[in-house]
Design a protein around this ligand. Structure first.
Ligand code: NAP
Ligand code: MG
Length: 502
C-alpha cells in the first residue's frame, strides 16, 4: 500500500476490519477455495481520491474460468445445492443478507476506497440496496411455480408447466456500483436455483471479494458462487464463449455489451444486457422549479455522474428555462466535492485517471462545439481524479456531448416550446434506459409517459430503485430486466409437460 493511501485511511479512521482485509493478499474464490490466478498474474488496485496503490488482485485466465465453471456445473448437475428444498435456499439467502448487514460498514468503506464514491452513499444506497436485493429474492424460492391447464384437444391429457433454473449463470459487472450490481444478478439467480460465476470490474474487485467471504460464512455450498477477478478481455470474454455456461448477465457499456451478446448468442446462451444511457429529463413550465432543480442535480451528479440512468440531458420549457438554470446552478454550488471517505462528500473523484481524461475531453468538445459552459468545467488541482460538476446551456441535438454517454458529472441542457418538441428531443437518442418528467399536471404527465422510449420513467424523482421494480433498458440500453418478479423469467426455462390419461 502506498503511503498516500495509508495516510488517507488513517485520516478518516477506517475500521480495523477493513484494515485487516486490505493488508492480506487477495485471492479469487473458486469452488469454495481462495486461490491465485493459474499463471500467478496480478493487477494493481488504485484508490481514486489519492491515486495511490491499495493492493493487488489476481488477474484470472481462461483456465480459471474453466475451473469455476466446473465447480458451478457440479453443484447444478446433482450437487448439494440442487437438492436443497426451496425454503432451505431461502434460509441461506436470508443468512447471507444478515451477514451483509452485519458487515455493512466494512463493505461501505471498501466501496469508497476502491471506487472513490462517497462512503455515506455507499452505506445508504449501495450496501442498503445489496442487502435489500438479497432479502427480496430470498422470499422467492418457495413461490416459484408453473401452471396446470386444461387443453381443448380431443382426448384426455394432464398438461402442466414447470419453471426450471437455467443452469450456470455468469455475471459480468461494471465498476460504478460494484456490490449492488453484483447483487442484482446473483440474488435472483440463486433464488431460482442457478449456480453462479462473477467477474467484477478490474477497477473494483475488493467488495466482491469480501462478499465471497460472507458467502462462505453463510453456509451456501462451495462452488455455488465463484468469483474470478481479472480483465474483461480475458475473463469476461472466456465467460461469454464458455459452453458450460447457460446464461451471461452483463452490465456495462454498449460496445462491450454488443460483443458479449454476439459471442453468447453464438453458442446459444441466454443473455441479459444492461447497457449505457443518456437519459432525458423534461422540466415542464408548471413544475416546482426549486424542487425540480434539487432532484435534477441529484439525478445527474450523484456518484459523480457515473450512473447508467443519470438524467444527463435536460430539456426545459422555454418560459422557465433561465429561471430553472439559476436554481440548478444554486443547488450545484452547494454539492461538496471531497474524497470518498469524507463523511460529507457528495461528489467524489472519478473512478480512474482514464475516466477523468475521457470526461475532460467531453467538456472540451462541448466548448469547441459552441455549447455555453455555465458552471464548472475544470478539474481540481489536487491528487486524485476530481472533476467539477459541469453544466452546459444552449446545447444542440447534433453535439457530441448531447449524443454520447459521458459517464461523469456533466449535464447538457436546452429549451423546448411544445410538448411534442420535448418528446422528439427526448427520444432522439440511440439509448433508452430511463427518462424523467418534472410537472404537477397529471394529464400532461400521463400523456407523456407512453410516448417516451425508455425502460423506466421517473416523475418528480430520479433513480428511485427498489428490488420490487424491474430495471432495464430499451434500444441500445439493452434488453432483459434485473429486479422485480420480471427478472425471474430471465433466469428460468419453462418446460411444458403433456401426459396422456386413460
Ligand atoms: P465496460 O467497460 O463495458 O465493462 C463492464 C464489464 O465488462 C467489466 O467487468 C469489464 O471488465 C467487462 N469487459 C470488458 N471487456 C469485455 C469483453 N471483451 N468481454 C466480456 N467482458 C468484458 O463498462 P464499465 O466502464 O465498467 O461501466 C460503465 C458502463 O456501464 C457505462 O456505459 C454505463 O452506462 C454502464 N452501466 C449500465 C447499467 C445498466 O443497468 N444499464 C448500470 C451500470 C453501468 P474490465 O473491468 O476488465 O474492463
Ligand atoms: Mg479501484
Amino acid at each position: 500500500m502506498d503511503k498516500s493511501v495509508r495516510n488517507y485511511l488513517k485520516q478518516y479512521d477506517i475500521s480495523d476490519a477493513t484494515q485487516r482485509f486490505l493488508a492480506k493478499p487477495q485471492k479469487m474464490f473458486i469452488n469454495g477455495a481462495w486461490v491465485d490466478s493459474g499463471n500467478g498474474a496480478v493487477f494493481d488496485v488504485i484508490e481514486p481520491s489519492t491515486g495511490g496503490l491499495v493492493t493487488r488482485v489476481p488477474s484470472g485466465t481462461a483456465e480459471d474460468v474453466d475451473r469455476a465453471v466446473e465447480a458451478a456445473r457440479r453443484q447444478f448437475d446433482g450437487g448439494a445445492w440442487c437438492r436443497l428444498k426451496p425454503l432451505e435456499r431461502e434460509r441461506l439467502l436470508h443468512r447471507l443478507a444478515d451477514l451483509i448487514e452485519k458487515h455493512g460498514e466494512e463493505l461501505a468503506e471498501l466501496e469508497a476506497i476502491d471506487m472513490g464514491k462517497s462512503v455515506k452513499f455507499a452505506r445508504e444506497i449501495d450496501i442498503q440496496g445489496t442487502m435489500d436485493t438479497f432479502r427480496y429474492f430470498a422470499g422467492w424460492p418457495s413461490k416459484l411455480h408453473g401452471r396446470t391447464v386444461e387443453p381443448s384437444l380431443p382426448g384426455n391429457y394432464l398438461a402442466y408447466t414447470r419453471k426450471e433454473p437455467l443452469g450456470v449463470v455468469a455475471a459480468i459487472v461494471p465498476w460504478n456500483f460494484p456490490l449492488q450490481t453484483m447483487a442484482w444478478k446473483l440474488a435472483a439467480a440463486l433464488a431460482v436455483g442457478c449456480t453462479t460465476i462473477v467477474k467484477p470490474a478490474e477497477l473494483t474487485s475488493l467488495s466482491t471479494l469480501r462478499f465471497g467471504e460472507l458467502v462462505q460464512e453463510s453456509g451456501i455450498p462451495d462452488g455455488v458462487v465463484n468469483i474470478v477477478t481479472g480483465r474483461g478481455s480475458v475473463v469476461g470474454a472466456a465467460m461469454s464463449a464458455h459452453r458450460g455456461i447457460n446464461k451471461v448477465t452483463f452490465t456495462g457499456s454498449t460496445p462491450v455489451g454488443r460483443e458479449v451478446g454476439r459471442t453468447a448468442v453464438g453458442n446459444f446462451k441466454h443473455v441479459t444486457l444492461e447497457l449505457g444511457g443518456k437519459s432525458p429529463v423534461l422540466v415542464l413550465d408548471d413544475a416546482d422549479l426549486r424542487s425540480a432543480a434539487l432532484a435534477v442535480a441529484n439525478g445527474v451528479f450523484f456518484n459523480s455522474g457515473q450512473v447508467c440512468d443519470a438524467g444527463t440531458r435536460v430539456y426545459v420549457q422555454k418560459t422557465v428555462y433561465e429561471a430553472f438554470l439559476e436554481e440548478l446552478v444554486a443547488v450545484t454550488r452547494t454539492l461538496k466535492i471531497a474524497p470518498g471517505l469524507d463523511p460529507d462528500c457528495f461528489i467524489g473523484p472519478l473512478v480512474s485517471a482514464q475516466q477523468k481524461k475521457v470526461v475532460s475531453s467531453y467538456i472540451e468538445a462541448g466548448q469547441c462545439e459552441g455549447a455555453e459552459l455555465i458552471y464548472g468545467g475544470g478539474s481540481l488541482d489536487r491528487p486524485g481524479y476530481f472533476i467539477e460538476p459541469t453544466i452546459f446551456a444552449k446545447c444542440q441535438p447534433e453535439m457530441k456531448i448531447v449524443r454520447e454517454e459521458i459517464f461523469g458529472p456533466v449535464l447538457v441542457t436546452s429549451s423546448f416550446e411544445k410538448l411534442d418538441d420535448a418528446v422528439s428531443l427526448a427520444n432522439d437518442s440511440a439509448f433508452g434506459l430511463a427518462a424523467a418528467i418534472y410537472s404537477n399536471d397529471l394529464s400532461r404527465v400521463h400523456t407523456l409517459i407512453p410516448r417516451l422510449h425508455a425502460g423506466t420513467v421517473y416523475v418528480n424523482a430520479h433513480s428511485t430503485i427498489d428490488p420490487c421494480m424491474p430495471f432495464g433498458g430499451f434500444k441500445a440500453s439493452g434488453f432483459g430486466k434485473d429486479l422485480g418478479p420480471e427478472q425471474l423469467d430471465y433466469l428460468t426455462e419453462t418446460k411444458a409437460i403433456w401426459i396422456t390419461l386413460p
